[in-house]
Design a protein around this ligand. Structure first.
Ligand SMILES: CC(C)(COP(=O)(O)OP(=O)(O)OC[C@H]1O[C@@H](n2cnc3c(N)ncnc32)[C@H](O)[C@@H]1OP(=O)(O)O)[C@@H](O)C(=O)NCCC(=O)NCCS
Length: 164
């Protein structure tokens, strides 16, 4: 498995996945995006890294990292784009690669994320990796007329290093 910076030839996969209804629901996206919009968004955000997850040399998913240099923290989003590739251990291995990248190579202190409380596979993945549940944002997102709760999870460098 390889996780590395996304190449422009892979943007098309990314757009297709971001416009997939189930991924939109898991991230709370409410509208379709087009390639030009995505490229423009990326160019304007120097603090964002989009990483491609390659499995058997195939691009199967992405990890998006939003760096906050001032606070030495990173906000993370992960998705395995092709649903047939889920539940095979890919997300878990990719997350471990990224945890090492963030805490060892980039020397960051805190990694955090949000997840909708009905996203059972994602919550199981984060808890298995040792993320700590910080709390709940009650009814923080409205979709199709329904308010949804989001859970907040984080991991600190010293926890990943087993120092706490
Ligand atoms: C969440 C996601 C990234 C997990 O990746 P994955 O490759 O499917 O996960 P893995 O196969 O590596 O599984 C890792 C752990 O997650 C949990 N898990 C995975 N699929 C699960 C499922 N369907 N139900 C319950 N737990 C599940 C298990 O704890 C599993 O560990 P185990 O196999 O040792 O029990 C993937 O399901 C996905 O892309 N979902 C759609 C997008 C999304 O919801 N992203 C997260 C938004 S916060």
């Amino acid at each position: 498995m390889i996780v590395r910076k996304q190449e422009p030839s892979e943007y098309r996969n990314t757009i297709n996945w971001l416009n997939n209804k189930s991924i939109q629901r898991n991230f709370g996206f409410t509208r379709e995006i087009i390639l030009e919009e995505h490229v423009d968004w990326l160019q304007k955000r120097a603090n964002i890294e989009v990483l491609s997850i390659l499995y058997c040399n195939l691009h199967v998913g992405n990890i998006v990292l939003d760096f906050n240099e001032r606070h030495e923290s990173v906000f993370l989003q992960i998705y395995i784009g092709d649903s047939s590739c889920r539940g095979k251990g890919i997300g878990g291995v990719a997350m471990n690669i990224v945890l090492k990248y963030i805490f060892e190579e980039k020397q960051k202190n805190r990694l955090h994320l949000k997840v909708f409380e009905d996203n059972v596979p994602a919550i199981a993945l984060y808890e298995k990796l040792g993320f700590i549940k910080e709390g709940i944002e009650r009814e923080s997102h409205k979709m199709d007329g329904v308010f949804r709760n989001q859970l907040l999870y984080s991991m600190l460098s010293r926890e990943w290093k087993g120092e706490s």
